[in-house]
Design a protein around this ligand. Structure first.
Ligand code: RI2
Length: 305
């Protein structure tokens, strides 16, 4: 798909979910690389860079997007010709997309070990990584039940409920505000992530932090399922993760004039409320976030930013 079309679909959330956004970004850059008009590597960097900038602005919170761009651009400056540049960009995109799929599978295999027969598990919004855990547990023959919140205002919880039904997993849909009502019945909470800071704080769909708080109070383990490319390298250097605020119409169409609406799409769950982050390199404490960043982006983090 072309860059402009991809940007439009990400903005409208026709492409959504941090991993899907990242893979679509890598794919759009790959398609752009095939059609570069540049005559020098320098011009190619600038041409592909313009597309990357456009994609970067489509949704601000999911750090998987800039991380996908970083992977695609890896080594491009050092190429000796436009042809070499093109080949490497395509190879990098393909590798990122493949790595993303493998990571999701691995997260499923690791996380599913923490689901037991008879468990009730709460999830929020729609996360491929969280779903991978449920699917693996089901494949292992475990019988368990998932409680899925609606995730207003965009109701991504309905996508989760449908996905689970398709997999033959028992699912109960609840409104977001019923999380505390049901928490005492739960054995585990599993959610996804859009971004994870160097301190282990997790940015995920609005309402996640309330659920984490309620889970803590009820002493229910709270797990985050996230690929390592959801960790934010710029937070090591003091940058903050930006929380996207979306259109008020998503919350209330045709509202009375005097009513103000705020519609943040994400919130932060502090690391003290997170028991484990399930990544493709293992089940880790949120306090290991800095080490994941070092592992993923190398010792010279400054160089990748
Ligand atoms: P995966 C989604 O954001 C949800 O917040 C979900 O938890 C997160 O992305 C991660 O999703 P949105 O795009 O990458 O629906 O695990 O706003 O699919």
């Amino acid at each position: 798909m072309k860059v402009e079309k991809t940007v439009e679909k990400i903005e409208k959330m026709e492409i959504r979910g941090a991993s899907d956004i990242a893979r679509a970004t890598a794919e759009a850059l790959k398609q752009k690389s095939k059609k570069l008009e540049a005559n020098s590597v320098e011009d190619a960097i600038s041409e592909l860079g313009d597309s990357a900038d456009r994609l970067l602005k489509s949704r601000p919170t999911a750090v998987s997007l800039p991380n996908a761009i970083r992977k695609v651009f890896n080594g491009l400056k050092e190429t000796g010709s436009v042809e070499e540049f093109r080949e490497l960009a395509i190879q990098n995109s393909d590798e990122f997309i493949e790595k993303s799929k493998v990571a999701k599978q691995k997260i499923g295999e690791i996380g599913s070990k923490r689901i037991k027969d008879g468990d009730k598990v709460l999830t929020h919004c729609n996360s491929e990584a969280a779903l991978s855990i449920f699917k693996s547990a089901k494949d292992e023959g475990k019988e368990f039940e998932v409680f899925s919140t609606e995730a207003r205002p965009r109701y991504q919880g309905r996508i989760t409920a449908q996905d689970l039904v398709n997999e033959g997993i028992s699912v109960t849909q609840i409104v977001d505000s019923a999380a505390r009502f049901f928490m005492n019945e739960m054995d585990l909470v599993v959610v996804g992530a859009d971004a994870i800071g160097a301190n282990g704080a997790v940015a995920n769909k609005i309402g996640t932090s309330q659920i984490a708080l309620v889970a803590k109070e009820a002493r229910v383990d709270f797990y985050v399922a996230a690929e390592t490319y959801k960790f934010s390298p710029s937070t090591v250097l003091g940058e903050l993760i930006e929380i996207e605020e979306r259109d008020e119409e998503e919350v209330w169409e045709n509202k009375p004039d005097d009513v103000e609406i705020r519609n943040p799409a994400f919130d932060f769950t502090p690391p003290r409320y997170v028991d484990n982050i399930c990544t493709e390199i293992g089940l880790i404490s949120p306090h290991m976030a800095y080490h994941v960043l070092k592992e993923e982006f190398g010792l010279g983090l400054q160089d990748v930013l």
